[in-house]
Design a protein around this ligand. Structure first.
Ligand SMILES: [Zn+2]
Length: 190
């Protein structure tokens, strides 16, 4: 049977936005993340972290630096009795300085490539899944993948460029409220 996923944009949705993408020791979970995600785990959702990591393409850090980030996230979640089922990132940027990563790809959000890849690799039912993001690019990626979407409006989005694919299913103020929205929709399903 295929699984239900909650895709979490790393910065601003799951972790505090500290600008220290590639420094694992600076990564901390948003307050309330543990109870919020345990609620969803009890409803059989699995957790996938997704992020644009264009610092790789720009030469700010090597792709290998993301492995300790994955470890750190898995460790933080483990301490909350939670599992991390996948960590997917896009290392590309069309204007990148590092030739191997300087390309137009389908995995850089707002494109949905990361979610589609995770779905293929883990047999995820995207229609039964959710994307939680902090900016409209995340929401667009989730909508394009066929998920429902929750925008955590914590001030990260500054442009509010709306358009096709960019309307979230719900807008909330924090991860706890996002989990409540998903849990309520889940229990209301026939
Ligand atoms: Zn990419």
């Amino acid at each position: 049977m295929s699984m239900k996923a909650v895709f979490l944009e790393q910065d601003g949705a799951l972790t505090d936005d500290n600008g220290g993408h590639a420094n694992p020791r600076c990564i901390t979970l948003c307050s309330g993340a543990g109870p919020a995600l345990r609620l969803l785990a009890r409803l059989d959702y699995r957790f996938f972290v997704v992020s644009n990591q264009d610092g790789v393409a720009h030469g700010h850090f090597a792709e290998a630096a993301l492995e300790p980030v994955r470890h750190r996230l898995a460790d933080l979640l483990f301490r909350e009795q939670l599992g991390l089922d996948g960590f997917y990132y896009c290392p590309h940027h069309p204007d990148g300085r590092i030739a191997a990563y300087a390309l137009d790809c389908l995995c850089r959000q707002p494109m949905p490539g990361l979610l589609l890849k995770a779905a293929r690799e883990h047999d995820i039912d995207l229609q039964a899944s959710w994307m939680i993001g902090a900016i409209l690019h995340d929401i667009e990626a989730g909508n394009r993948a066929g998920c429902r979407t929750v925008l955590i409006d914590s001030g990260n989005e500054t442009e509010w460029r709306l358009g096709r694919h960019r309307l979230p299913t719900r807008v909330v103020s924090d991860l706890c409220a996002a989990a409540d929205v998903i849990a309520a929709a889940d229990t209301a399903r026939p």
